[in-house]
Design a protein around this ligand. Structure first.
Ligand SMILES: NC(=O)c1ccc[n+]([C@@H]2O[C@H](COP(=O)([O-])OP(=O)(O)OC[C@H]3O[C@@H](n4cnc5c(N)ncnc54)[C@H](OP(=O)(O)O)[C@@H]3O)[C@@H](O)[C@H]2O)c1
Length: 269
């Protein structure tokens, strides 16, 4: 597989982030990465930025590439797979980054039992701090799976899951940056209301998020133990936590995440 090219159908935000990560870390040679997008401007912008190549048609892309990233919106999958189908063969490995699109849908639309890796990345990938979950069909070789894992590892961390969990994981890593931003916004608004300027508050909040994530990664420290560590009897933190518990914060998060998964299942193919 090493000698073949890496192709991207779609040159949007996510494809750009993945390509920039791969090229920036030299995980795969830029001169063997091709991109095709119906929007030629986006294609050329990515070519210039990352020093990769463009393909002028899907046929040209498929001819040059052994691995094809499907990096279009879920609603464009049907047209893209129909366009790929005439040129496909069972040696081509497909990598989907789309929410809710199953490996069975891809092989079914292609009418070909190609190997498929289904991934669920997130937007922090744009700053090299992504968290990507992935699964594969049984016919993906270990070598190819490791190669694709290394491509995503170039812009973050990688976790392997069973496909049956790929809709639920959207609520954990892919939609979840929005929950974090909402929490940050609420904290900032309160800080500003209490007389702290927004820039200062944002910096303190970001550093607190990063530091708390590092604490959560410490072995033997559970979230419950960490909460206890901050909560002196009769102190300020307990007063804040009381308000969260009064408003059933944990139940709210559970409901939000389940609503996210339900929507992924409704939109899924
Ligand atoms: N954003 C997230 O948080 C996130 C997280 C995880 C996964 N994803 C997944 O990542 C995928 C890409 O998302 P994105 O945010 O990068 O989207 P995007 O910026 O809209 O990029 C998609 C690109 O594909 C192009 N395109 C549309 N139809 C095409 C076709 N038939 N052939 C070739 N190119 C075509 C679009 O062109 P036009 O702009 O002209 O339509 C656009 O340039 C989605 O499936 C999404 O589910 C996104």
């Amino acid at each position: 597989m090493e000698e073949k090219g890496l192709g991207f159908i779609g040159a949007g935000n996510m494809a750009g982030a993945i390509v920039n990560g791969i090229v920036g870390t030299k995980t795969f040679p830029a001169q063997r990465i091709y991109v095709y997008d119906i929007n030629r401007e986006k294609c050329e912008a990515l070519q210039k930025k990352a020093g990769i190549r463009t393909a002028s048609s899907i046929e040209e892309l498929v001819k040059n590439c052994g691995i094809l990233f499907l990096a279009v919106k879920p609603q464009n999958f049907s047209e893209v797979l129909a366009a790929v189908k005439p040129f496909v063969n069972e040696r081509i490995l497909f990598v989907s980054i789309a929410a809710g699109i199953s490996t069975g849908y891809i092989t079914g639309e292609l009418d070909c039992s190609c190997p498929v890796i289904r991934t669920m990345p997130n937007t922090p990938l744009l700053v090299g701090k992504g968290a990507t979950a992935m699964c594969k069909t049984a016919n993906v070789t270990d070598v190819d799976f490791q190669l694709v894992q290394s491509l995503f590892a170039a812009c973050g961390t990688v976790t392997v899951l069973d496909e049956s969990r790929m809709n639920a994981v959207i609520s954990v890593n892919s939609s979840s940056p929005a929950y974090i931003y909402l929490f940050a916004k609420a904290m900032m608004d309160s800080a500003v209301g209490q007389g702290i300027d927004a820039k200062t508050a944002l910096e303190l909040i970001c550093q607190t998020f990063e530091g708390s994530a590092a604490m959560l990664r410490q072995p033997d420290l559970t979230p419950e133990a960490l909460i206890k560590m901050v909560s002196s009897p009769g102190g300020t933190t307990l007063k804040a936590l009381d308000v969260f518990y009064e408003h059933h914060f944990e139940q709210m998060v559970d409901e939000a995440m389940k609503a996210c998964t339900k929507r992924a299942e409704e939109l899924g193919k």
